[in-house]
Design a protein around this ligand. Structure first.
Ligand code: ADP
Ligand code: MG
Length: 357
């Protein structure tokens, strides 16, 4: 994988995993300082919760939890394990966090207001954008593309990584992209072509895509925490791509007896993805492979890996396949608010192109 060298500079940051305890303590001290500073300008912080001291804050931050929302959605057992406190203390802290955040019901109008904060990101194809409701994929949700090898999942990912950088009025979110590459298929030269296709400065565009190669499923899960760190450090990330979501899980848990284990881990990962997406108002695009489904006798005999677990966690699912004359057919499946529909596009050197449907 020689072309990995071309983005090695971006990678170095990612592999610093904090293992020793003394480093943890140093972090704790820094955190206290930071938290004290933060308190003046922001609302309630983790440190303001009953029973949550600087040590617990450091542990929570190490686990990728920086805000009340992250803590409020935990279970008492989960928090107790994570922060090393008793379950009773954990329960109180969670209740306090929920109270401070005023979690619970909001009316439909307020809900509509909240949804206006969402950003949309163009896929580069008007047809696909329209299929997804008009403006492409959206923040605070997970969009999945599944399909066979060569169906266009990665091309769509690369196009989105360029699209997210556009100004809002041009269909982007004025932000950066994180690309978690599990298969080694990220191609900087393809990004360059897409960028040039819309007349953008290719160097700048590449600089705004933070790429990390995930070597196994544990590493893939760990990288999610690093993304939370980057956002906390002020990186304006609006899109996270996981290409592929399932490949490592599938390879590592391939035995019959391992299916339940795999699904459980995948479920936890998806849950964490959704949390990061919601807390930070970012869009998540994941790719997924297909396997043949012997039970299906008619039509396309393929099924997405991960089954219902992935299906339920993703807000939007697209099924990609090759169509006539090298076109790609993109079908929306089981959307909560959009009709099931399909459209056609082409993959060209300088970007995705629409075809009349
Ligand atoms: P996957 O679904 O496996 O991720 P990809 O998104 O990588 O598949 O799609 C690969 C396909 O994209 C190729 O088979 C080819 O048709 C098309 N493609 C890749 N690069 C180019 C290019 N430079 N110009 C035109 N088409 C391309
Ligand atoms: Mg691919």
């Amino acid at each position: 994988m020689n072309d990995i060298n071309s983005y090695k500079g971006e990678l170095s940051f990612w592999f610093m995993v904090d293992k020793d305890v003394s480093a943890g303590e140093k972090v704790a001290k820094k955190v206290v300082k930071k938290v004290a500073k933060k308190k003046e300008d922001k609302g309630p912080q983790l440190i303001d919760l009953p029973g949550v001291g600087p040590g617990a804050v450091a542990k929570l931050e190490a686990a990728g939890i920086y805000e009340l929302m992250g803590l409020a959605v935990l279970t008492p057992t989960g928090l107790s394990d994570m922060a090393g406190m008793s379950e009773a203390v954990a329960r109180k802290a969670i209740q306090a966090a929920r109270k401070m955040m005023d979690m619970g019901f909001i009316d439909g109008l307020a809900h509509e207001e909240k949804r206006k904060e969402l950003f949309h990101i163009t896929t580069g194809s008007k047809n696909v954008d329209n299929l997804l409701g008009g403006k492409g994929i959206q923040t605070k949700s997970i969009t999945e593309a599944f399909g066979a090898f060569g169906s266009g999942k990665t091309q769509l990912a690369l196009s989105l990584a360029v699209g997210v950088q556009l100004p809002i009025e041009s269909g982007g979110a004025n932000g950066k992209a994180v690309y978690i590459d599990t298969e080694g298929t990220f191609r900087p030269e393809r990004v360059r072509q897409f960028a040039e296709g819309i007349g953008a400065n290719a160097d700048k565009v590449l600089k705004n895509i933070l790429v990390a190669r995930a070597f196994n499923s544990d590493h893939q899960m760990l990288l999610l925490d690093r993304v939370a760190d980057l956002i906390k450090d002020g990186e304006p990330i609006r899109l996270m791509i996981i290409d592929s979501l399932t490949a490592h899980f599938r390879a590592e848990f391939s035995g019959r007896g391992m299916l339940a284990d795999r699904q459980q881990r995948l479920n936890r990962y998806l849950h964490n993805l959704m949390k990061v997406a919601e807390q930070n108002n970012l869009a998540v695009y994941v790719t997924n492979q297909v396997m043949s489904d012997p039970a299906q006798m008619f039509g396309d005999p393929t099924k997405a890996i991960g089954g219902n677990i992935v299906g339920h966690a993703c807000t939007y699912r697209m099924y990609l396949r090759r169509g006539k004359k090298d076109s790609r057919v993109c079908k929306l499946i089981d959307s909560p608010d959009l009709p099931d529909n399909e459209t056609v596009f082409m993959i060209e050197t300088d970007g995705l192109r629409d075809l009349d449907v």
